[in-house]
Design a protein around this ligand. Structure first.
Ligand code: ZN
Length: 501
Protein backbone atom coordinates (compact mmCIF):
# COMPACT_ATOMS: atom_id res chain seq x y z
CA UNK A 1 0.00 0.00 0.00
CA UNK A 2 1.32 3.42 -0.96
CA UNK A 3 2.44 5.46 2.04
CA UNK A 4 0.18 8.14 3.39
CA UNK A 5 2.77 10.75 2.37
CA UNK A 6 2.09 9.93 -1.30
CA UNK A 7 -1.65 10.21 -0.71
CA UNK A 8 -1.20 13.58 0.96
CA UNK A 9 0.84 14.84 -1.98
CA UNK A 10 -1.77 13.70 -4.52
CA UNK A 11 -4.52 15.28 -2.42
CA UNK A 12 -2.57 18.56 -2.31
CA UNK A 13 -2.13 18.40 -6.10
CA UNK A 14 -5.84 17.84 -6.54
CA UNK A 15 -6.68 20.77 -4.26
CA UNK A 16 -4.18 22.94 -6.12
CA UNK A 17 -6.01 22.21 -9.39
CA UNK A 18 -9.31 23.27 -7.79
CA UNK A 19 -7.61 26.42 -6.49
CA UNK A 20 -6.29 27.26 -9.98
CA UNK A 21 -9.73 26.80 -11.52
CA UNK A 22 -11.18 29.07 -8.86
CA UNK A 23 -8.52 31.67 -9.61
CA UNK A 24 -9.52 31.65 -13.30
CA UNK A 25 -13.19 31.94 -12.31
CA UNK A 26 -12.42 34.92 -10.04
CA UNK A 27 -10.52 36.72 -12.81
CA UNK A 28 -13.26 36.14 -15.42
CA UNK A 29 -15.81 37.30 -12.89
CA UNK A 30 -13.81 40.45 -12.01
CA UNK A 31 -13.45 41.20 -15.71
CA UNK A 32 -17.14 40.73 -16.42
CA UNK A 33 -17.97 43.25 -13.66
CA UNK A 34 -15.40 45.87 -14.64
CA UNK A 35 -14.01 45.79 -18.18
CA UNK A 36 -15.93 43.36 -20.38
CA UNK A 37 -17.68 44.75 -23.46
CA UNK A 38 -21.46 44.26 -23.47
CA UNK A 39 -21.43 41.76 -26.31
CA UNK A 40 -19.17 39.44 -24.34
CA UNK A 41 -21.87 38.58 -21.77
CA UNK A 42 -23.31 35.42 -23.34
CA UNK A 43 -20.02 33.66 -24.05
CA UNK A 44 -18.60 34.70 -20.70
CA UNK A 45 -21.57 33.25 -18.82
CA UNK A 46 -21.03 29.95 -20.61
CA UNK A 47 -17.31 29.90 -19.84
CA UNK A 48 -17.99 30.67 -16.18
CA UNK A 49 -20.69 27.99 -16.09
CA UNK A 50 -18.33 25.37 -17.54
CA UNK A 51 -15.50 26.21 -15.14
CA UNK A 52 -17.83 26.30 -12.12
CA UNK A 53 -19.38 22.93 -12.86
CA UNK A 54 -15.92 21.44 -13.43
CA UNK A 55 -14.93 22.60 -9.95
CA UNK A 56 -18.20 21.32 -8.51
CA UNK A 57 -17.69 17.91 -10.15
CA UNK A 58 -14.13 17.71 -8.80
CA UNK A 59 -15.44 18.35 -5.29
CA UNK A 60 -17.98 15.50 -5.38
CA UNK A 61 -16.06 13.08 -7.64
CA UNK A 62 -15.23 9.43 -6.86
CA UNK A 63 -11.60 10.58 -6.75
CA UNK A 64 -12.44 13.06 -3.99
CA UNK A 65 -14.35 10.34 -2.16
CA UNK A 66 -11.26 8.09 -2.29
CA UNK A 67 -9.04 10.90 -0.90
CA UNK A 68 -11.47 11.55 1.92
CA UNK A 69 -11.75 7.91 2.94
CA UNK A 70 -8.06 7.09 2.75
CA UNK A 71 -6.81 10.25 4.46
CA UNK A 72 -9.45 10.18 7.19
CA UNK A 73 -8.26 6.67 8.06
CA UNK A 74 -4.79 8.10 8.75
CA UNK A 75 -5.96 11.38 10.28
CA UNK A 76 -3.47 11.30 13.17
CA UNK A 77 -0.57 11.55 10.76
CA UNK A 78 -1.84 14.69 9.02
CA UNK A 79 -0.63 18.22 9.71
CA UNK A 80 -3.07 20.97 10.69
CA UNK A 81 -3.29 22.37 7.15
CA UNK A 82 -4.13 19.04 5.53
CA UNK A 83 -6.60 18.18 8.29
CA UNK A 84 -8.46 21.42 7.79
CA UNK A 85 -8.52 20.99 3.99
CA UNK A 86 -9.88 17.52 4.54
CA UNK A 87 -12.53 18.81 6.94
CA UNK A 88 -13.72 21.48 4.49
CA UNK A 89 -13.71 19.05 1.56
CA UNK A 90 -15.63 16.45 3.55
CA UNK A 91 -18.28 18.97 4.49
CA UNK A 92 -18.78 20.08 0.90
CA UNK A 93 -18.82 16.49 -0.33
CA UNK A 94 -21.41 15.33 2.18
CA UNK A 95 -23.69 18.28 1.54
CA UNK A 96 -23.58 18.34 -2.21
CA UNK A 97 -23.42 14.77 -3.37
CA UNK A 98 -26.89 14.22 -1.92
CA UNK A 99 -28.46 16.75 -4.26
CA UNK A 100 -29.68 15.18 -7.53
CA UNK A 101 -27.56 16.70 -10.32
CA UNK A 102 -30.67 17.64 -12.33
CA UNK A 103 -32.20 19.56 -9.41
CA UNK A 104 -28.93 21.39 -8.80
CA UNK A 105 -28.79 22.41 -12.44
CA UNK A 106 -32.43 23.60 -12.33
CA UNK A 107 -31.59 25.70 -9.28
CA UNK A 108 -28.63 27.34 -11.04
CA UNK A 109 -30.83 28.20 -14.04
CA UNK A 110 -33.65 29.46 -11.80
CA UNK A 111 -31.27 31.78 -9.96
CA UNK A 112 -29.96 33.28 -13.18
CA UNK A 113 -33.51 33.93 -14.40
CA UNK A 114 -34.65 35.23 -11.04
CA UNK A 115 -31.81 37.74 -10.86
CA UNK A 116 -32.72 39.18 -14.26
CA UNK A 117 -36.43 39.35 -13.31
CA UNK A 118 -35.57 40.91 -9.95
CA UNK A 119 -33.57 43.64 -11.67
CA UNK A 120 -36.54 44.60 -13.84
CA UNK A 121 -39.04 44.23 -10.98
CA UNK A 122 -36.88 46.54 -8.87
CA UNK A 123 -36.75 49.16 -11.63
CA UNK A 124 -40.53 49.00 -12.03
CA UNK A 125 -41.17 48.55 -8.31
CA UNK A 126 -43.33 45.54 -9.22
CA UNK A 127 -43.14 42.81 -6.57
CA UNK A 128 -45.84 40.68 -8.25
CA UNK A 129 -43.50 40.20 -11.19
CA UNK A 130 -40.72 38.78 -8.98
CA UNK A 131 -42.98 36.90 -6.56
CA UNK A 132 -43.37 33.55 -8.47
CA UNK A 133 -39.59 33.29 -8.91
CA UNK A 134 -38.92 34.02 -5.28
CA UNK A 135 -41.56 31.47 -4.25
CA UNK A 136 -39.74 28.82 -6.35
CA UNK A 137 -36.39 29.77 -4.83
CA UNK A 138 -37.81 29.45 -1.32
CA UNK A 139 -39.37 26.06 -2.18
CA UNK A 140 -36.14 24.73 -3.67
CA UNK A 141 -34.11 26.01 -0.73
CA UNK A 142 -36.46 24.09 1.58
CA UNK A 143 -36.14 21.02 -0.63
CA UNK A 144 -32.33 21.30 -0.47
CA UNK A 145 -32.38 21.62 3.31
CA UNK A 146 -34.17 18.26 3.17
CA UNK A 147 -31.15 16.78 1.35
CA UNK A 148 -28.59 18.65 3.43
CA UNK A 149 -30.25 17.77 6.71
CA UNK A 150 -30.59 20.01 9.76
CA UNK A 151 -30.12 19.85 13.51
CA UNK A 152 -32.32 22.16 15.59
CA UNK A 153 -33.68 24.74 13.19
CA UNK A 154 -34.09 24.52 9.40
CA UNK A 155 -32.37 27.90 9.08
CA UNK A 156 -29.25 26.65 10.94
CA UNK A 157 -28.24 24.75 7.81
CA UNK A 158 -28.25 28.00 5.82
CA UNK A 159 -26.42 30.03 8.47
CA UNK A 160 -23.70 27.41 8.62
CA UNK A 161 -22.91 27.95 4.93
CA UNK A 162 -21.82 31.53 5.54
CA UNK A 163 -20.72 31.38 9.18
CA UNK A 164 -19.58 27.89 10.09
CA UNK A 165 -21.12 26.77 13.39
CA UNK A 166 -23.57 29.66 13.80
CA UNK A 167 -27.13 28.76 14.87
CA UNK A 168 -30.49 30.41 15.45
CA UNK A 169 -30.15 29.59 19.14
CA UNK A 170 -27.08 31.88 19.27
CA UNK A 171 -28.38 34.55 16.94
CA UNK A 172 -31.90 35.07 18.34
CA UNK A 173 -30.82 36.30 21.80
CA UNK A 174 -27.83 38.17 20.31
CA UNK A 175 -30.04 40.11 17.91
CA UNK A 176 -32.74 40.70 20.55
CA UNK A 177 -30.04 42.37 22.60
CA UNK A 178 -28.75 44.43 19.66
CA UNK A 179 -32.26 45.60 18.95
CA UNK A 180 -32.95 46.68 22.52
CA UNK A 181 -29.71 48.63 22.84
CA UNK A 182 -30.01 50.17 19.38
CA UNK A 183 -33.50 51.47 20.14
CA UNK A 184 -32.16 52.97 23.38
CA UNK A 185 -29.51 54.91 21.41
CA UNK A 186 -32.02 56.06 18.79
CA UNK A 187 -34.30 57.30 21.57
CA UNK A 188 -31.50 59.46 22.91
CA UNK A 189 -30.62 60.81 19.48
CA UNK A 190 -34.20 61.53 18.41
CA UNK A 191 -34.46 64.99 19.90
CA UNK A 192 -30.84 66.09 19.45
CA UNK A 193 -30.02 68.63 16.70
CA UNK A 194 -29.31 66.93 13.38
CA UNK A 195 -25.79 67.38 11.94
CA UNK A 196 -25.64 69.49 8.78
CA UNK A 197 -24.62 67.28 5.87
CA UNK A 198 -25.79 69.17 2.80
CA UNK A 199 -22.18 69.77 1.67
CA UNK A 200 -21.71 66.03 1.05
CA UNK A 201 -24.05 66.44 -1.92
CA UNK A 202 -22.06 69.12 -3.69
CA UNK A 203 -20.39 68.24 -6.97
CA UNK A 204 -17.20 66.23 -6.39
CA UNK A 205 -15.18 65.66 -9.56
CA UNK A 206 -15.02 61.86 -10.08
CA UNK A 207 -11.38 61.93 -11.21
CA UNK A 208 -10.36 63.73 -8.01
CA UNK A 209 -12.46 61.27 -6.01
CA UNK A 210 -10.49 58.47 -7.66
CA UNK A 211 -7.18 60.10 -6.74
CA UNK A 212 -8.26 60.57 -3.15
CA UNK A 213 -9.51 56.96 -2.85
CA UNK A 214 -6.17 55.76 -4.18
CA UNK A 215 -4.29 57.98 -1.75
CA UNK A 216 -6.24 56.65 1.24
CA UNK A 217 -5.81 53.03 0.11
CA UNK A 218 -2.02 53.66 -0.03
CA UNK A 219 -2.19 55.16 3.46
CA UNK A 220 -4.04 52.11 4.82
CA UNK A 221 -1.26 49.92 3.50
CA UNK A 222 -3.16 48.33 0.62
CA UNK A 223 -0.42 46.98 -1.67
CA UNK A 224 -0.91 48.29 -5.21
CA UNK A 225 1.82 45.91 -6.41
CA UNK A 226 -0.52 43.13 -5.32
CA UNK A 227 -3.79 44.70 -6.43
CA UNK A 228 -5.55 47.50 -8.30
CA UNK A 229 -8.52 49.84 -7.99
CA UNK A 230 -11.20 49.92 -10.72
CA UNK A 231 -14.67 51.29 -11.18
CA UNK A 232 -17.85 49.20 -11.16
CA UNK A 233 -21.62 49.41 -10.56
CA UNK A 234 -21.84 47.21 -7.42
CA UNK A 235 -18.44 47.53 -5.66
CA UNK A 236 -16.61 44.43 -4.43
CA UNK A 237 -13.15 43.13 -3.57
CA UNK A 238 -11.81 39.89 -4.95
CA UNK A 239 -8.83 37.70 -4.18
CA UNK A 240 -7.77 36.30 -7.53
CA UNK A 241 -4.56 34.70 -6.33
CA UNK A 242 -1.81 35.34 -3.77
CA UNK A 243 -0.30 38.63 -4.90
CA UNK A 244 -3.44 39.70 -6.78
CA UNK A 245 -6.26 41.09 -4.63
CA UNK A 246 -8.33 43.73 -6.40
CA UNK A 247 -10.76 46.39 -5.18
CA UNK A 248 -13.48 48.33 -6.96
CA UNK A 249 -15.56 51.40 -6.19
CA UNK A 250 -18.21 53.68 -7.67
CA UNK A 251 -17.85 57.45 -8.15
CA UNK A 252 -21.04 59.43 -7.65
CA UNK A 253 -20.48 63.04 -8.79
CA UNK A 254 -23.07 64.42 -6.36
CA UNK A 255 -22.49 62.38 -3.24
CA UNK A 256 -19.12 62.23 -1.52
CA UNK A 257 -19.49 59.18 0.78
CA UNK A 258 -20.02 56.46 -1.76
CA UNK A 259 -16.61 56.25 -3.45
CA UNK A 260 -14.30 56.93 -0.52
CA UNK A 261 -16.02 54.89 2.18
CA UNK A 262 -16.69 52.18 -0.41
CA UNK A 263 -12.97 52.12 -1.26
CA UNK A 264 -12.00 51.92 2.40
CA UNK A 265 -14.56 49.12 2.93
CA UNK A 266 -13.26 47.06 0.01
CA UNK A 267 -9.71 47.93 1.05
CA UNK A 268 -10.45 46.32 4.44
CA UNK A 269 -11.56 43.12 2.68
CA UNK A 270 -8.44 43.28 0.51
CA UNK A 271 -5.96 43.81 3.38
CA UNK A 272 -7.32 40.58 4.87
CA UNK A 273 -6.69 38.63 1.66
CA UNK A 274 -3.33 40.30 0.99
CA UNK A 275 -2.00 39.31 4.40
CA UNK A 276 -2.85 35.61 4.47
CA UNK A 277 0.24 33.48 5.15
CA UNK A 278 2.15 32.34 2.03
CA UNK A 279 2.20 28.93 3.64
CA UNK A 280 -1.47 28.53 2.64
CA UNK A 281 -0.93 29.53 -1.02
CA UNK A 282 -2.25 27.05 -3.57
CA UNK A 283 -4.82 25.68 -1.12
CA UNK A 284 -8.50 26.52 -0.57
CA UNK A 285 -7.42 27.86 2.85
CA UNK A 286 -5.84 30.92 1.22
CA UNK A 287 -9.04 32.95 1.54
CA UNK A 288 -11.11 34.68 4.23
CA UNK A 289 -12.74 32.13 6.53
CA UNK A 290 -16.33 33.41 6.56
CA UNK A 291 -18.51 36.29 5.45
CA UNK A 292 -18.78 37.48 9.07
CA UNK A 293 -15.01 37.65 9.63
CA UNK A 294 -14.60 39.24 6.21
CA UNK A 295 -17.17 41.94 7.00
CA UNK A 296 -15.49 42.53 10.35
CA UNK A 297 -12.39 43.59 8.43
CA UNK A 298 -14.14 45.79 5.87
CA UNK A 299 -16.35 47.51 8.39
CA UNK A 300 -13.46 47.87 10.86
CA UNK A 301 -11.61 50.01 8.31
CA UNK A 302 -14.67 51.77 6.91
CA UNK A 303 -16.31 52.73 10.20
CA UNK A 304 -14.12 52.22 13.23
CA UNK A 305 -11.02 53.71 11.58
CA UNK A 306 -12.36 55.56 8.50
CA UNK A 307 -15.21 57.32 10.27
CA UNK A 308 -13.22 58.17 13.41
CA UNK A 309 -12.48 61.71 14.51
CA UNK A 310 -8.73 60.97 14.60
CA UNK A 311 -8.80 59.82 10.99
CA UNK A 312 -10.36 63.07 9.79
CA UNK A 313 -8.13 65.16 12.05
CA UNK A 314 -5.32 63.74 9.94
CA UNK A 315 -6.93 63.63 6.48
CA UNK A 316 -9.52 66.41 6.27
CA UNK A 317 -6.88 69.04 5.40
CA UNK A 318 -5.78 66.81 2.50
CA UNK A 319 -9.38 66.40 1.38
CA UNK A 320 -9.92 70.18 1.54
CA UNK A 321 -6.82 70.72 -0.58
CA UNK A 322 -8.25 68.30 -3.15
CA UNK A 323 -11.68 69.99 -3.09
CA UNK A 324 -11.09 73.64 -2.11
CA UNK A 325 -14.28 74.98 -3.73
CA UNK A 326 -16.48 72.26 -2.27
CA UNK A 327 -15.12 72.06 1.28
CA UNK A 328 -13.32 75.27 2.24
CA UNK A 329 -16.33 76.45 4.28
CA UNK A 330 -16.53 73.18 6.22
CA UNK A 331 -14.66 72.39 9.44
CA UNK A 332 -13.17 69.02 10.39
CA UNK A 333 -15.76 68.68 13.10
CA UNK A 334 -18.69 69.42 10.78
CA UNK A 335 -17.36 66.93 8.27
CA UNK A 336 -16.86 64.26 10.94
CA UNK A 337 -20.41 64.70 12.20
CA UNK A 338 -21.87 64.70 8.69
CA UNK A 339 -20.30 61.36 7.72
CA UNK A 340 -21.53 59.89 11.01
CA UNK A 341 -25.09 61.23 10.99
CA UNK A 342 -27.60 58.72 12.39
CA UNK A 343 -31.01 58.69 10.75
CA UNK A 344 -33.56 55.95 9.93
CA UNK A 345 -33.51 55.35 6.17
CA UNK A 346 -35.01 52.91 3.67
CA UNK A 347 -31.89 51.55 2.00
CA UNK A 348 -29.61 49.15 3.90
CA UNK A 349 -26.40 49.93 2.04
CA UNK A 350 -26.78 53.64 2.75
CA UNK A 351 -27.64 53.16 6.43
CA UNK A 352 -25.49 54.65 9.20
CA UNK A 353 -23.59 52.44 11.67
CA UNK A 354 -26.32 52.46 14.33
CA UNK A 355 -29.46 51.78 12.29
CA UNK A 356 -27.66 49.35 9.95
CA UNK A 357 -28.12 46.34 12.23
CA UNK A 358 -31.89 46.90 12.35
CA UNK A 359 -32.00 46.50 8.57
CA UNK A 360 -30.23 43.15 8.99
CA UNK A 361 -32.48 41.92 11.78
CA UNK A 362 -35.57 42.62 9.75
CA UNK A 363 -34.22 40.49 6.88
CA UNK A 364 -33.12 37.74 9.26
CA UNK A 365 -36.58 37.45 10.79
CA UNK A 366 -38.34 37.47 7.43
CA UNK A 367 -35.98 34.82 6.02
CA UNK A 368 -36.51 32.56 8.99
CA UNK A 369 -40.30 32.88 8.62
CA UNK A 370 -40.12 32.13 4.87
CA UNK A 371 -38.03 29.01 5.46
CA UNK A 372 -40.25 27.66 8.25
CA UNK A 373 -43.36 28.46 6.19
CA UNK A 374 -44.74 30.93 8.76
CA UNK A 375 -44.66 33.62 6.08
CA UNK A 376 -45.83 33.27 2.47
CA UNK A 377 -43.90 35.02 -0.29
CA UNK A 378 -47.09 36.83 -1.36
CA UNK A 379 -47.29 38.41 2.10
CA UNK A 380 -43.65 39.50 2.12
CA UNK A 381 -44.06 43.17 1.07
CA UNK A 382 -46.62 43.79 3.81
CA UNK A 383 -44.47 42.03 6.41
CA UNK A 384 -41.46 44.07 5.26
CA UNK A 385 -43.29 47.38 5.60
CA UNK A 386 -44.70 46.45 9.02
CA UNK A 387 -41.24 45.63 10.33
CA UNK A 388 -39.73 48.80 8.86
CA UNK A 389 -42.36 50.79 10.70
CA UNK A 390 -41.83 48.79 13.87
CA UNK A 391 -37.99 48.93 13.85
CA UNK A 392 -37.20 52.22 12.16
CA UNK A 393 -40.44 54.14 12.37
CA UNK A 394 -40.68 54.68 8.60
CA UNK A 395 -42.56 52.99 5.75
CA UNK A 396 -41.00 52.73 2.26
CA UNK A 397 -42.91 54.67 -0.40
CA UNK A 398 -42.65 51.69 -2.80
CA UNK A 399 -41.28 48.15 -3.01
CA UNK A 400 -38.15 49.10 -4.93
CA UNK A 401 -37.05 51.09 -1.86
CA UNK A 402 -38.38 48.29 0.33
CA UNK A 403 -38.57 44.56 -0.15
CA UNK A 404 -37.00 44.62 -3.65
CA UNK A 405 -33.83 46.55 -2.77
CA UNK A 406 -31.31 43.70 -2.30
CA UNK A 407 -30.02 41.19 -4.83
CA UNK A 408 -29.52 38.41 -2.24
CA UNK A 409 -32.92 36.70 -2.39
CA UNK A 410 -32.96 36.48 -6.18
CA UNK A 411 -29.63 34.70 -5.85
CA UNK A 412 -30.94 32.26 -3.23
CA UNK A 413 -28.46 33.56 -0.63
CA UNK A 414 -30.66 32.91 2.41
CA UNK A 415 -28.57 32.96 5.59
CA UNK A 416 -26.11 35.55 4.27
CA UNK A 417 -27.50 38.79 5.78
CA UNK A 418 -26.61 38.08 9.44
CA UNK A 419 -22.91 38.11 8.42
CA UNK A 420 -23.06 41.88 8.02
CA UNK A 421 -24.15 42.47 11.61
CA UNK A 422 -21.77 39.84 12.91
CA UNK A 423 -19.01 41.72 11.09
CA UNK A 424 -19.98 44.91 12.95
CA UNK A 425 -20.07 43.08 16.27
CA UNK A 426 -16.78 41.19 15.71
CA UNK A 427 -15.07 44.39 14.52
CA UNK A 428 -15.92 46.19 17.77
CA UNK A 429 -14.62 43.22 19.79
CA UNK A 430 -11.41 43.34 17.77
CA UNK A 431 -10.75 47.04 18.31
CA UNK A 432 -11.35 46.53 22.04
CA UNK A 433 -8.75 43.74 22.08
CA UNK A 434 -6.39 45.75 19.89
CA UNK A 435 -6.72 48.72 22.25
CA UNK A 436 -5.36 46.60 25.10
CA UNK A 437 -2.25 45.69 23.08
CA UNK A 438 -1.79 49.13 21.47
CA UNK A 439 -3.13 51.65 24.01
CA UNK A 440 -2.17 54.65 21.85
CA UNK A 441 -3.71 53.40 18.60
CA UNK A 442 -5.96 56.50 18.40
CA UNK A 443 -2.94 58.82 18.45
CA UNK A 444 -1.41 56.68 15.73
CA UNK A 445 -4.53 57.03 13.56
CA UNK A 446 -4.41 60.79 14.12
CA UNK A 447 -0.88 60.73 12.64
CA UNK A 448 -1.87 58.50 9.73
CA UNK A 449 0.22 55.65 11.12
CA UNK A 450 -1.46 52.33 10.52
CA UNK A 451 1.42 49.86 10.55
CA UNK A 452 0.93 48.56 14.09
CA UNK A 453 -2.85 48.25 13.60
CA UNK A 454 -2.24 46.35 10.38
CA UNK A 455 0.36 44.18 12.06
CA UNK A 456 -2.10 43.37 14.86
CA UNK A 457 -4.79 42.37 12.37
CA UNK A 458 -2.34 40.28 10.40
CA UNK A 459 -1.01 38.48 13.46
CA UNK A 460 -4.39 37.79 15.04
CA UNK A 461 -6.65 37.31 12.02
CA UNK A 462 -5.35 37.73 8.48
CA UNK A 463 -2.45 35.29 8.43
CA UNK A 464 -4.70 32.33 9.28
CA UNK A 465 -6.90 32.54 6.17
CA UNK A 466 -9.36 29.67 6.61
CA UNK A 467 -7.08 27.53 8.76
CA UNK A 468 -9.42 27.88 11.74
CA UNK A 469 -13.20 28.21 12.08
CA UNK A 470 -14.64 31.74 12.41
CA UNK A 471 -15.39 31.33 16.10
CA UNK A 472 -11.84 30.05 16.73
CA UNK A 473 -10.35 33.05 14.92
CA UNK A 474 -12.50 35.43 16.97
CA UNK A 475 -11.41 33.73 20.20
CA UNK A 476 -7.76 33.77 19.19
CA UNK A 477 -7.99 37.49 18.39
CA UNK A 478 -10.12 38.68 21.30
CA UNK A 479 -10.09 35.91 23.91
CA UNK A 480 -13.89 35.69 23.80
CA UNK A 481 -16.84 34.42 21.75
CA UNK A 482 -19.33 36.67 20.01
CA UNK A 483 -20.51 39.37 22.41
CA UNK A 484 -22.39 42.65 21.94
CA UNK A 485 -20.92 44.63 24.83
CA UNK A 486 -18.00 45.97 22.75
CA UNK A 487 -20.12 47.40 19.95
CA UNK A 488 -22.43 49.22 22.34
CA UNK A 489 -19.52 50.61 24.37
CA UNK A 490 -18.17 51.88 21.07
CA UNK A 491 -21.55 53.26 19.88
CA UNK A 492 -22.33 54.95 23.18
CA UNK A 493 -18.91 56.54 23.38
CA UNK A 494 -18.85 57.74 19.77
CA UNK A 495 -22.45 58.81 19.25
CA UNK A 496 -22.77 60.07 22.80
CA UNK A 497 -20.11 62.66 21.92
CA UNK A 498 -21.61 63.52 18.54
CA UNK A 499 -25.17 63.86 19.84
CA UNK A 500 -24.43 64.92 23.39
CA UNK A 501 -25.89 62.10 25.48
ZN1 ZN B 1 -18.22 43.95 2.40
Amino acid sequence: MAGIEDKILSFQDYMKKITDFNSAIALLDWDSRTKMPKKGVAARSEALGTLSSTVFQMQVSPEMRAFLEELEAGKDQLDLKTRRMLEISRKFYDLNQKIPAARFHEFVVLRTQAEAVWQEAKEKSDFAMFSPYLAKIVDMTKEFIGYWGHKDHLYDTLLDMYEEGLTVSVLDPLFANVRKQTIAILDQIKDAPKPDKHFLERRFDPEKQRQFSEFILHQMGYDFDAGRLDETVHPFATGIAPGDVRVTTKYLPNFFNSALFGSIHEGGHALYEQNISDDLAGTPLHTGVSMGIHESQSRFWENIIGRSHEFWQRYFPDLQKMFPDELSDVTTDQFYKAVNAVEPSFIRIEADEVTYNLHIMLRYELEKALITGDLKVADLPGAWNDKMQDYLGITPPNDSEGVLQDVHWSDGSFGYFPSYSLGNIYGAQMIRALGKDIPDYREQVAKGEFSSIRHWLKTHIHQYGSLYKPDEILRKATGEGVDTSAIFDYFNRKFGRIYGF
